[in-house]
Ligand binder design. Structure first.
Ligand code: HEC
Length: 409
């Protein structure tokens, strides 16, 4: 098993533990395959509808203007895709059925040539409902370096999209529709990273854009972040965001949507982060950041009544994060260490019982504030390299696990 082989490289000293780990890993793989596989098809369907909805929202502007069709091919495509969405959501399947009303509203808006904003609104509402139904995606914890990503782009994409991503590669001239110009800001503002990732993974029907099934998840994500950065390079003077943002929301929503609604980040901050996505990832690599991420995820799972998942995440918040810096923090502020530990215990208790959302929220608030204090006390340099390394290793292993079994399906 290549995966276990990787682990062996990393921890040559722990051969015994490692074999045990491989056994446990295989057991988990087998188990997760059995328990989740039945929904995989459903998730793939939802992903595709979301992809279509976003595509319609982005491209409608080049099909209809002021109630008039301005490009007949594009308009036919809009009609076809919105029909496809309606068909997919008309199945007997309960999950799909609940989306049918929104899908029909979108279709009617297109067939009656409504305003761009109206169509975008319907497409966006449909997408939001879809995203809420999907499990969180396993994202890579790290992107490839910019150089490595660029050479992937150069070898696989530049022939059509052009070296600088302007859609002017050597093969571009005969293609209809032409390859996307990634520096077109108007278009990019309406594109989520998930939409870009899905286009790379699945290709786009009836266009020259192929599905890059041969690339690994991390390569495809790195490319999605890369092409998603090209329209914002001029705004790359980076401003540290005033608010944190979950990686999941960051990939799910377009820059326009993020700046107008969901997260309260300014347009400049969003564009800066799009221009330099690395910053999102490095922010998350320390043990305390991991604790915060896992707690936030636990709280979401709890509100979705997924109690087992919430508990698992809360335990991970401690083991994969805080525990690794406990000693360093103890040396600096014993009381803070004790208090955080106590709150993490309380949080795990609250998460084990239904209907304690209020307690959960106030505890979360206190704990996150304390974690921020701890983070300030322990600047990067005082965290031992080993603690950082262990934290990212633990996460890598877990993420590797998810990515690995996805490949297996
Ligand atoms: C053979 C030509 C070709 C190659 C090679 C190619 N693309 Fe494309 N790509 C296209 C065309 C054509 C479109 C569709 C444009 C449209 O529908 O308006 C497209 C669309 C896309 C989109 C959707 C963009 C949007 O905003 O809708 C993404 C993302 C994308 N390509 C990424 C890539 C990446 C990354 C690679 C390399 C790994 C790649 N493409 C390689 C031709 C190509």
């Amino acid at each position: 098993m290549q995966f276990c082989w990787n682990v062996r490289l990393i921890s040559q000293k722990h051969i015994g533990i490692q074999s045990l780990f491989c056994l446990v890993l295989m057991a988990i793989l087998l188990f997760s395959k059995l328990s989740v596989a039945s929904t995989v098809d459903e998730v793939a369907q939802l992903r595709q509808i979301a992809q279509l909805a976003e595509y319609v929202g982005v491209d409608y502007a080049s099909a209809v203007d002021n109630g008039q069709v301005i490009n007949d091919d594009e308009y036919q495509e809009m009609l076809e895709f919105s029909q496809l969405i309606v068909d997919k959501t008309s199945s007997d399947n309960y999950v799909m059925h609940s989306l049918n009303e929104k899908a029909s509203a979108l279709q009617t808006a297109i067939s009656t040539k409504q305003k761009v904003d109206t169509v975008r609104q319907f497409a966006s509402e449909l997408r939001i409902s879809l995203l809420a139904m999907m499990p969180e995606l396993p994202l890579p914890k790290r992107l490839l370096s910019k150089d490595a990503t660029f050479s992937l782009f150069e070898n696989n994409c530049a022939s059509c999209h052009g070296l600088s991503g302007q859609g002017n590669g050597i093969l571009a001239s005969g293609l209809e529709p032409a390859p996307t110009d990634f520096t077109d800001k108007k278009r990019a503002e309406n594109r989520s990273l998930l939409g870009l990732f899905d286009a790379i993974s699945n290709g786009l029907d009836d266009t020259a854009m192929p599905a890059f099934t041969q690339l690994k998840e991390q390569q495809k994500w790195s490319l999605a972040f890369y092409v998603g950065s090209l329209a914002f390079q001029s705004s790359s003077e980076f401003i540290k965001p005033s608010q944190s943002i979950s990686l999941q929301n960051w990939i799910n929503y377009s820059p326009l949507k993020l700046s107008t609604e969901t997260e309260g980040l300014t347009k400049n901050e969003i564009e800066g982060l799009r221009a330099d996505p690395k910053l999102l990832f490095t922010n998350q690599s320390g043990p305390l950041a991991i604790t915060k991420t896992q707690l936030a995820a636990a709280s979401i799972a709890y509100k979705n009544e997924e109690y087992e998942k919430a508990k698992t995440l809360a335990v991970s918040a401690y083991l994969d994060g805080f525990e690794l810096i406990e000693n360093s923090l103890d040396a600096r502020d014993k009381n803070l260490r004790k208090s955080i530990e106590g709150n993490l215990i309380k949080l795990r208790q609250v998460l084990s019982n239904a209907q304690q959302v209020n307690q959960l929220e106030s505890l979360m608030e206190v704990t996150v504030r304390q974690l921020n204090d701890a983070e300030e006390l322990l600047t990067e340099t005082t965290l031992s390299n080993e603690a950082l390394f262990t934290a990212s290793l633990v996460i890598l292993l877990r993420e590797g696990l998810e990515a690995f079994w996805l490949y297996w399906l």
